[in-house]
Design a protein around this ligand. Structure first.
Ligand code: PRP
Ligand code: URA
Length: 215
């Protein structure tokens, strides 16, 4: 199996089921319905990995036989923050795993010429400083959108942030890590490079268009 180079701040989720599903996602003949289902499933599997060190606290539980002490996730509800639009495709899969999670939204699009993010929406739950955030976007290309979203969250008081994407380009990972070294990055594939239009190669194309059937 070819080895994948690692980058500071990056965790590559190598689980065979994730890798299998990413190959199906890349396939240009995968229809919108299946593409959506795959994004949902991969996001859920990645969230399992990305939440591996969430703090726990003891909780009293009454089983049908006796009282015992179990463990539950400590603190305020985990908060998912999809970057619109494509990040929306990752929300439901993670909510299957963490049904009580809250959902904030950050609206950004990449300007086609400059490739810089343009922001248009921001809404997250209160008490941001006491929450764990998972920022969601299938594609980490130049990293501009991720850096901008994470900066906006920090301005709103967030301190514990993880970034989850499906496909990352090395330049994007490096840019996010340099701007936000405290934010762990998780991806399912670390691809080769960006093309002259800022698209990831080999990539999977435009994630938003493939999720929502737009062109
Ligand atoms: C895509 C993708 C990321 C961004 C990545 O969104 O979903 O948000 O590009 O590129 P970057 O790392 O170079 O910033 P896009 O701007 O196409 O918006 P959309 O999700 O609304 O289609
Ligand atoms: N956004 C996408 O949807 N795909 C890419 O390859 C790069 C940015």
């Amino acid at each position: 199996m070819p080895t994948t180079p690692s980058l500071p701040g990056l965790t590559l989720v190598r689980h065979p089921l994730v890798q299998h599903k990413v190959s199906l996602l890349r396939d240009r003949s995968t229809p919108t319905k299946i593409f959506k289902e795959l994004v949902d499933e991969i996001a859920m599997l990645m969230a399992y990995e990305a939440t591996i060190d969430l703090p726990l606290e003891p909780v009293d539980v009454e089983t049908p036989l006796e009282r015992t002490v179990g463990q539950r996730v400590a603190g305020k509800k985990l908060t998912l923050v999809p970057i619109l639009r494509a990040g929306l495709g990752m929300v439901d899969g993670i909510l299957k795993l963490v049904p009580s999670a809250r959902v904030g939204h950050i609206g950004l699009y990449r300007d086609h010429d400059t490739l810089e993010p343009v922001d248009y929406y921001f809404k997250i739950p209160g008490e941001a400083g006491e929450r764990d955030f998972l920022v969601l976007d299938p594609m980490l290309a130049t990293g501009g959108s991720a850096v901008s979203a994470i900066s906006a969250l920090k301005r709103a008081g967030a301190a514990r942030i993880r970034f989850l994407c499906l496909v990352a380009a090395p330049a994007g990972v490096t840019r996010v890590h340099e701007a936000h070294p405290d934010v762990p990055i998780f991806c399912a594939a670390l691809d080769r490079q960006l093309n002259e239009h800022g698209y990831i190669l080999p990539g999977l194309g435009d994630a938003g268009d493939r999720l929502f059937g737009t062109r």
